[in-house]
Design a protein around this ligand. Structure first.
Ligand code: FE2
Length: 127
């Protein structure tokens, strides 16, 4: 496993991020956790899920997605994480129903991923 990999327990839903990697296996509820891979484009629902980068006067806006994702109780974005090119820096923000699924930062990130409570993990890159 590598730093910033995400692992999920298919039984209880625990989702963990690897901060520093070791050689062991991650186990939850008595079984190995599964590494989750982000979906990108070419898949259904992409226009509401792939994070988009927009340059603004004060920095950068990262929005989910081209058509803003719903933020209702039953279906919403749970977090957005921006990642630097060298993967040495990451910025994580949680979101709740009623929020606007946009992250603002004065830093330069090249990658972002987000997690939808129904459609899972998606990733987008700066164009
Ligand atoms: Fe979704």
């Amino acid at each position: 496993m590598e730093r910033l990999d995400l692992y999920k327990c298919q039984i209880c839903g625990n989702l963990v991020e690897v901060i520093l990697s070791g050689s062991g296996e991650l186990v939850c509820c008595g079984q190995p956790m599964e590494k989750i891979e982000p979906q990108t484009h070419e898949q259904a629902f992409m226009e509401k899920h792939v994070p988009i980068f927009i340059e603004t006067e004060n920095g950068e806006e990262i929005r989910v997605g081209e058509v803003l994702h719903p933020m209702i109780e039953e279906h919403h974005i749970m977090f957005i994480e921006a990642i630097s090119r060298d993967r040495n820096r990451a910025l994580l923000q949680y979101y709740y129903p009623g929020d606007i699924p946009k992250m603002f930062t004065d830093e330069k990130f090249v990658k972002a991923r987000e997690y939808c409570n129904i459609h899972g993990l998606w990733e987008g890159e700066k164009k």
